[in-house]
Design a protein around this ligand. Structure first.
Ligand code: MRU
Length: 352
């Protein structure tokens, strides 16, 4: 069952990309227009747009922007294509962990390589494909929502980590898509949102979008999850994913692994909700997933103010961790819920 969500995170408009600026939420809800390929690279790297599926679409838009710029350089068709593919490869390096970025940019590279058109025609085809990927993302999330809602118990309290919502996708969300679809069937469910240090996507973004849609949400800090699990106040966990290996090992925002261990200990089902584009069947296990190391300021500061001495303290800031497949009850995709053994269920779904 569909829930009407008001949020559209990213959208291609004529010759630019319009997106929600996620760096200012919850203080402001504003849109910015990205008009060049390099601007898009920086928007992804600096997390103006964030969340695996959303950065995929942003990357796809970025290729259209680079194509528009190169079209003004009076290159012949072959040089235009070669330069554009170099730019596309560069766009893929804007963030390393979420494979949706590489997946969506590769979809645009396919369009470029398969095109029989002149330069103007290639740009038109890239726009058509960019908009198609955008629309498909929302449709996929609604399907994930419908499959996921089937495993949400009546009146459930659902814990989520980071933001895998409308604002991490084009709209509706993956983990929060499950929650939206479940809420449409049963408005007695409620959400517990982990704060998600260091960047606080749970506090800033998940609570913001759930409150905007009127879905009951309680904010907790990351260390509180086992406390509430022990008290019997959490019935299930649903989180998103940035990259899933062929054996089901799943990279998601740092702290997800801790939640999964706590859920296993308390016998609470821990689900991943993600589109098939998040599954990277080229890698066998989570050990091969590249983990982004982010700026130390994210740990040492909150809202520009230091939270520790700024000298004499070592800082490490991995952006993601990998939850081993043994801890995952199911991977909710647009084609149904994959169950262990993931080596088999993932291979099977990619054969279809
Ligand atoms: O660093 P971020 O904010 O881009 O990380 C986001 C997450 O880890 C999300 O949980 C993940 O991308 C899934 S989004 C549907």
């Amino acid at each position: 069952m569909e829930f009407k969500s008001k949020i559209k995170t990213i959208e291609w408009i004529d010759n630019y990309s319009k997106m929600v600026d996620q760096t200012v939420i919850p203080y402001e809800y504003k849109f910015i227009n990205i008009t060049s390929g390099d601007e898009m690279f920086n928007a992804i790297r600096n997390m103006i747009v964030r969340g695996a599926p959303a950065i995929g679409i942003a990357g796809a838009h970025g290729i259209i922007l680079y194509a528009q710029e190169l079209a003004g350089k009076s290159l012949d068709r072959e040089s235009f294509i070669n330069e554009l593919i170099k730019k596309a490869e560069y766009m893929k390096t804007s963030r390393p962990t979420a494979v949706n970025l590489m997946w969506a940019v590769d979809k645009q590279i396919e369009v470029i390589k398969n095109s029989k058109s002149d330069i103007a025609g290639i740009i038109k085809e890239l726009k058509i494909n960019g908009i198609k990927l955008e629309n498909e993302d929302i449709e996929i999330n609604k399907k994930i929502g419908d499959y996921g809602a089937e495993v949400v118990p009546k009146g459930a309290a659902i814990l989520t980590h980071c933001n895998a919502g409308a604002l991490a996708t084009v709209g509706y969300g993956t983990a929060l898509g499950v929650i939206r679809s479940a809420y449409a069937k049963d408005n007695t469910i409620q959400v517990f949102a982990d704060e998600t240090r260091p960047r606080q996507q749970g506090a800033r973004i998940t609570t913001f979008e759930l409150a905007m849609d009127g879905i009951p949400v309680t904010l907790i800090t990351d260390g509180m999850c086992s406390y509430f699990m022990k008290k019997g106040m959490i019935d299930m966990v649903v989180v998103g994913a940035d990259r899933i290996a062929a054996n089901g090992d799943t990279a998601n925002k740092i702290g997800t692994y801790t939640v999964a261990i706590a859920a296993k200990y308390h016998n609470i089902p821990f689900y991943i909700a993600a589109p098939l584009s998040t599954i990277d069947i080229s890698i066998k296990t989570g050990d091969e997933i590249p983990i982004e190391e982010r700026s130390h300021d994210e740990v040492t500061h909150i809202n520009g103010k230091p939270v520790c001495p700024l000298s004499g303290v070592n800082i490490i800031n991995p952006g993601f961790d990998v939850t081993p497949h043994e801890l995952i009850a199911g991977i909710i995709t647009e084609k149904g819920i994959l169950r262990p053994e993931y080596n088999k269920s993932i291979a099977e779904i990619f054969k279809q």
